[in-house]
Design a binder for this molecule. Structure first.
Ligand code: SF4
Ligand code: SF4
Length: 183
C-alpha cells in the first residue's frame, strides 16, 4: 500500500486513489505552514505553557475544508490515536449539541482534538490551516496570520477539487469529524 507523504494510512473506500492524490497535493501546503509556525514561535514566542485558549469555547470557531477533515481522519486512525477516537467522537457529539454548532454559523466550541492536558492531539501537518496560522504576535497576544492563510487557500481548494471535483461547505471540527466517522 502506498502512503501519503505524511505517512498516514490510506483511506478505506478510495478505490480510484483520488483522495490519496489530493492529500499528496495538500501535504506540502501543510508542511510549509508548519515551518512558518515554527519560525514564528522562534521569532515571537512559543505556545509552550499556554492552556490553548485558542482551541476552546470563547475563542475557537475554527471551520475546516472537507479535504482537511480527511487529512485529520487519516491521522486519527493511526495506531497512536485510534484508541482515543471513541472519546474524541463523544466530545465532538457533546460540543455539537452544547454549542448548537449545526445552527450557529460562528459558534465557538471546545475542540475535541485538544487533550485533557491542553495539547493538540494532531499537532503537525494534519492540523487545519486555520490552526497552523493562528499564533502568538509581538504585542503579547495571539492572532490569525490572515495574509498567509489567504495565500494558501487556493492550494487547499485545488486539493479539494482534485478529490471531489467541487468545494464543500466548511464545517466546525466536531461536525466534520462526526460526518467522517459516522457517515
Ligand atoms: S496561539 Fe496563543 S492562545 Fe493559542 S496556544 Fe499559542 S499562545 Fe496559546
Ligand atoms: S485541531 Fe488542534 S490546534 Fe486546531 S483547534 Fe483543535 S486542538 Fe486546537
Amino acid at each position: 500500500m502506498s502512503k501519503t507523504p505524511d505517512d498516514v494510512p490510506e483511506a478505506a473506500g478510495d478505490p480510484t486513489g483520488r483522495l490519496d492524490r489530493a492529500l499528496v497535493q495538500l501535504a506540502p501546503v501543510k508542511r510549509a505552514l508548519v515551518r512558518a509556525s515554527g519560525r514564528a514561535a522562534a521569532r515571537v514566542r512559543s505556545c509552550d505553557g499556554c492552556p490553548a485558549k485558542c482551541c476552546r469555547a470563547g475563542l475557537n470557531s475554527m471551520k475546516i475544508t472537507r479535504i482537511e477533515a480527511e487529512a485529520l481522519r487519516r491521522r486519527l486512525v493511526g495506531p497512536d490515536l485510534a484508541p482515543l477516537v471513541p472519546e474524541i467522537l463523544r466530545r465532538a457529539e457533546a460540543e455539537v449539541a452544547r454549542r448548537g454548532l449545526k445552527d450557529g454559523p460562528s459558534a465557538t466550541y471546545d475542540c475535541p482534538l485538544l487533550s485533557p492536558t491542553g495539547r493538540c492531539l494532531v499537532h503537525g501537518p494534519a492540523q487545519p490551516a486555520g490552526c497552523l496560522t493562528f499564533r502568538p504576535v509581538p504585542d503579547g497576544g495571539c492572532d490569525h496570520d490572515l495574509p498567509l492563510f489567504h495565500r494558501k487557500e487556493p492550494e487547499i481548494a485545488r486539493a479539494e477539487r482534485a478529490a471531489w471535483g467541487r468545494l464543500a461547505p466548511v464545517l466546525s471540527i466536531p461536525e466534520a469529524l462526526l460526518r467522517l466517522f459516522r457517515r
